[in-house]
Design a protein. Structure first.
Length: 242
């Protein structure tokens, strides 16, 4: 069971070490357009901006990623202002940039990144949603999260009127690490314990992505589902978008 229009997009550039998932928002085809722009533009911008930078943990390196996302957001706003059918155009984005033993994760919105390491799953991103704000303030608890009306009210995204503030951080990668990037169509359907079990039980990235999507569909499949899996020492990732 999928939304009529698929507003999920993904991109992978193994030569750059960049992997990305975007989930578009907006009426008619606006969400698809926004996600398309993010998936095609962000890799090119980051490749240009990071030429000559070698250490991902350096602030200048992280600042270039931040600027790339902010400038793209500003461009989307300027180019679609007053355009019929493009009101509310925007897109989430979560990206992974791998260089050697360092990985940088950046996100806007509620598309997520997870790290599976030595049998344990941890979330690398924090949702930019009204619901997450309520959770942080203690105004709702974990039991109230499911089907909460504020669940999909995204507070930061590419294309928002004000300059977005992406979360960006770098981690040291270890042999055996696996990273999953996904849209909320996956994370809404499968809890983290299920994700951990599925990731730990499958060493092949293609089979893993297919298994994750099939499991999300069996759990209800209320939205488009995109899963992109990176594994230590793998020459390329594999993404699946139904």
């Amino acid at each position: 069971m999928f939304a009529r229009r698929n507003q999920d997009r993904w991109a992978a550039d193994p030569s750059l070490g960049l992997y990305l998932v975007a989930d578009g928002m907006g009426g008619q085809n606006a969400g698809e357009l926004a996600a398309d722009i993010v998936a095609h533009t962000v890799p090119r911008q980051i490749k240009q901006r990071l030429a000559g930078h070698s250490r991902q943990s350096d602030e200048p390196f992280l600042e270039q990623i931040r600027r790339a996302l902010c400038e793209l957001s500003k461009t989307l706003v300027e180019q679609t202002r007053g355009e019929v059918g493009l009101e509310g155009l925007g897109s989430t984005v979560v990206l992974l940039l791998v260089c050697g033993q360092e990985g940088t994760v950046a996100n806007l919105g509620d598309s997520r990144a997870y790290l599976w390491r030595q049998g344990r799953l941890s979330r690398l991103t924090k949702d930019h949603t009204v619901l997450q704000i309520l959770l942080d303030r203690g105004e709702v608890n974990a039991a109230e999260v499911v089907d909460h009306p504020a669940g999909h009210h995204v507070t930061r995204f590419v294309g928002m009127p004000d300059p977005p503030l992406p979360d960006i951080h770098t981690l040291e990668l270890e042999p055996g690490d696996r990273i999953l990037l996904c849209s909320d169509g996956l994370s809404d359907m499968l809890c983290e314990s299920t994700l951990s079990e599925l990731i730990g039980g499958c060493s092949d990235v293609e089979v893993l992505c297919e298994t994750l999507i099939a499991s999300a569909n069996e759990a209800g499949g209320a939205d488009n589902i995109t899963a992109l899996s990176w594994r230590w020492k793998m020459p390329r990732p594999l993404a699946v978008t139904p």
